[in-house]
Design a protein. Sequence first.
Length: 265
Amino acid sequence: MKRLLITGAAGALGRAMRVRLAPFAETLRLSDIANLGEAGPNEELVQCDLGDAAAVNRLVEGCDGILHLGGISVEDKFSKIMNANLLGLYNLYEAARAHGHPRIIFASSNHTVGFYRQDQHIDTTAPMRPDGLYGVSKCFGEALARMYFEKFGQETALVRIGSCMEKPTNHRMLSSWMSYSDFRLLIECAFRAPMLGCPIIWGVSNNDSKWWDNSHAAYLGWKPQDNAESYRAELDATLGKPDPKAALHVYQGGNFVNDPIFPEG
C-alpha cells in the first residue's frame, strides 16, 4: 500500500497501530484533532476535525486505504458523539466516494450488542442491542457503511472491537480482549483480501472464553494467535473473584449499561 490513512492516531489504539503498521505502507497519513507529536520518516501528520467536511475531503485524497479509529470512544454528551461519530463518519464516506473508494476498516464496537448477557453466544445475525449513545453511534456507522457498499460498492470491514489493549485489565476482558498483534493481523488480512465486501467481524483474540462466533469471516484468513486465558491467574490475584451480580460481569457491554444520558451544557 502506498498511503494508509489512520484517523484517531493520537488515541491509545491509534498510537499502537501507528507503530505496528509502519512497515505496511510506504506512507502513513496520521490524523487526529489532538496533538500527534513529531512525524516519523514515513509519516504525514494532519490535524483534522472529522466534523469539517472540507478538511476530511482533503484528508482522504491520495489514500489507498483507511483505518478509521477516530471519534468519541466512550459514552458522552450526544452533541460530541454526533459530531465525531455520526457527522464525522458521513464526511469520511463522502470523501472516500469522491476519491476512488479506498477500502475502509471501521472501528465499530461490542457496545452495539452490549445488552446481551455474558452467558449468551451470538453471531452477526443477532439484533443490535446497544448499551448507550456511543453504542448507538456505532450501529449508525455499521448501517452507513452497509448503505455505501450496497449503493456505491464501497468495501468496509466492520470490526466490532471488544477490548483492544496490551493485556486484559478485568475478568470481563478474558472474553472480550483483542491483542494489538491480533488487530494488526486482522487489518492486514482485511486490506489484502481479494474481495472484502462489508462483513461484520468480531474484534477478539483466540480466547478460551468467547461470546461471539466469527466463523462467517473465515474467508479473510485471519487467525488470531493470542489468548486472554494466560492472564486469568494474574487477574484473580490482583482483583479477586468477580462479583457475579455486577454489570461488569453480567452484560457483554459491562459497565456501559449503567451509564446515564449525559445532559448537554
